[in-house]
Design a binder for this molecule. Structure first.
Ligand code: AHG
Ligand code: MN
Ligand code: MN
Ligand code: MN
Length: 337
């Protein structure tokens, strides 16, 4: 946490401008894009906090490409983020969980491609549990013709120029990275500004919290079953047994892991043979944040951010968190392969 003096009400806008020239090739446009996301986040946060009062809870009646029943707040967040990004004409296309194909923006020449999970943890909306939004930004590859193609957006996570999340919890927190460390901002609703609360955050190298939906236990690989058993054994020295914490909103589970350390796992299962979480707008951006804070993220074998995407909505298993914890689970997966 920053000391009172250090934080001195430095707003997201001020911080972005002060740091924009630290980012190679920064032309102020990326700063504008981050400000656009910050604005949309404030509007979504206001709606989330009024959810019980306004008619924004419940289902919209449609299902998305993943066969998930779409919530009204999924669509509200999607619209707010896309329109905020569209206004500054620097984004050429958006890919979001709630839209089957690419969303072409007003400006065909925008230099950025933005992936969105506009509302993460939708199953928690109606029960007042923390939810989030996730974003991931790529440069559009300069090409001879300006026709926008889905293939322009199929880039590995290592090519992200920025990524982050908003957590609508007991307070609204925005975290982002441009590859120069992770900064955290807390929304002060009384002045409508995100205030810097942590810069260059580093996560614990090891933690004694594991986070996984144990309901899919029967379809786990043997190595994963053995690892979770290891987490539950008594061993003072390594702080075992660990605590189990699972919120069901990836953003909230990852934010806790960023702050307290430990590991979050969403493996492949009978129900989700390739894992449930989406590579491009959940796993890559959150892996960028966790790696920038000193952690690690793999699909059980390979680094998440080096996976070559073939589909914009593709899913992947993910093992993400403190370096030592991820290394431990990978040893078990390998040993019992
Ligand atoms: P979304 O609400 O964007 O569809 O994402 C939900 C995801 C993620 O937030 C969470 O970690 C996971 O689904 C929970 O899945 P289970 O309910 O299967 O555990
Ligand atoms: Mn969903
Ligand atoms: Mn999600
Ligand atoms: Mn979502």
């Amino acid at each position: 946490m920053l000391s009172k003096k250090e934080s001195r009400l430095e707003t997201l806008e001020e911080y972005i401008i002060q740091n924009q020239n630290r980012f190679p090739g920064a032309t102020g446009e990326l700063s504008q894009l981050l400000r656009d996301i910050g604005l949309a986040a404030k509007i979504i946060s206001r709606e989330v906090n009024k959810a019980g009062i306004t008619n924004i809870l419940g289902f919209d009646g449609s299902t998305n490409i993943h066969g998930e029943a779409v919530k009204k707040l999924d669509l509200f967040a999607d619209q707010q983020l896309i329109s905020a990004l569209d206004r500054s004409l620097i984004t050429c296309m958006v890919i979001s969980e709630e839209n089957d194909g690419i969303v072409r923006m007003s400006s065909k020449n925008g230099k950025y491609i933005v992936y969105l999970d506009p509302l993460d943890g939708s199953s928690n909306i109606d029960v007042n549990v923390s939810i989030g939004s996730i974003f991931s930004v790529y440069m559009r590859e300069p090409r001879y013709d300006s026709a926008l193609r889905e293939s322009d957006a199929l880039q590995p996570g290592v090519r992200q120029v920025a990524a982050g999340y908003v957590l609508y919890g007991s307070s609204t927190i925005l975290a982002y990275t441009t590859g120069l460390g992770v900064s955290l901002f807390t929304l002060d609703p009384s002045i409508g500004e995100f205030i810097l609360s942590d810069r260059m955050i580093k996560m614990p190298d090891y933690g004694n919290i594991y986070s996984i939906n144990e309901g899919s236990y029967n379809s786990w690989d043997l190595g994963l079953k053995q690892y979770i058993k290891y987490c539950q054994e008594e061993d003072q020295e390594s702080g075992r047994p660990y605590s189990a914490r699972y919120i069901g909103s990836m953003v909230a589970d990852i934010h806790r892991t960023l702050i307290k350390g430990g590991i979050f796992i969403y493996p492949h299962s009978n129900r989700y043979p390739n894992g449930k979480l989406r590579l491009m707008y959940e796993c890559n951006p959150l892996s960028f944040i966790i790696e920038q804070a000193g952690g690690m993220a793999t699909d059980g074998e390979k680094r998440i951010m080096e996976l070559e995407p073939t589909k914009i909505h593709q899913q992947t298993p993910i093992y993400i968190g403190s370096k030592k914890n991820v290394e431990d689970v990978m040893k078990f997966l390998k040993e019992y392969k």
